[in-house]
Ligand binder design. Structure first.
Ligand code: ADE
Length: 227
């Protein structure tokens, strides 16, 4: 049977999932907590990687090496980079990339491509999960970009939009996708919008962090049910 790895960066992004697990054992590796157990009868390993790409990369490799997961879902919140993607809307990753790594470096020195493609079956499943929720959320497909900073500056936001044409920005997904790609493990990044990554982002984030984190986790719950 498949073992599903689920990663959230912050506690608020995994709280709902822990609460719904029927059983779990708790272990710690390199400071990351791993909850190994079941969710709707499916084998899952849930973990909290902390903020940023180094944390998420290290955690993803441990999830693969030590916990032998067959696929990885990253759930959490993000800043919108498209006008039509509003607060509490969901973004289902088509692909992910680092917005703070030069494109030439990605192409020539990393894995010879500009972005990491999310698994198509998981994309379809996430869409079905959104459609299944009692209160259907707005959802969008698109590129998710990550970098080592919270984007709360309209000028930086415009620069990232011009360079990458992304749907939203966060701080872990591209590294999770990168490590999953290196290990040939299917992955999906699912994010719910907490802010618009602009000059008002910090205040919006505070207001919507928990709601957005739970909305993303609610979609993951539906996905797991159907897996
Ligand atoms: N996560 C949620 N909002 C974000 C933003 N504006 N920038 C980076 N990560 C985020």
């Amino acid at each position: 049977m498949k073992k599903i790895g689920i990663i959230g960066a912050m506690q608020v992004e995994i709280d709902l999932l822990i609460a719904r697990m029927e059983t779990y054992e708790n272990s710690t590796v390199a400071g990351f907590p791993f909850y190994t157990g079941t969710l709707f009868g499916k084998d899952i390993v849930l973990t909290r990687c902390g903020v940023g790409k180094v944390n998420s990369a290290a955690c993803t490799q441990i999830l693969i090496d030590r916990f032998n997961v067959d696929c990885i879902i990253n759930t959490g919140i993000a800043g919108s980079l498209r006008k039509e993607i509003g607060i509490l809307d969901l973004v289902i990753s088509s692909d992910v990339t680092h917005h703070d790594v030069r494109k030439a470096q990605m192409k020539n020195l990393f894995p010879y491509q500009e972005s990491f493609i999310a698994n198509n079956r998981m994309i379809v499943l996430a869409q079905k999960a959104c459609e299944t929720l009692e209160v259907k959320p707005n959802y969008h497909f698109g590129r998710i970009v990550s970098g080592e900073c919270f984007v709360s500056d309209t000028r930086l936001k415009e620069t990232i939009i011009n360079e990458y044409s992304p749907a939203c920005v966060e701080m872990e997904g591209s590294a999770i996708g990168h490590v999953a790609f290196l290990n040939n493990i299917p992955f999906l990044i699912l994010r719910c919008i907490s802010d618009q990554a602009d000059d008002e982002a910090a205040m919006s984030y505070e207001n919507f962090e928990k709601l957005a984190a739970n909305q993303s986790a609610a979609v993951v719950l539906e996905m797991i049910k159907m897996m």
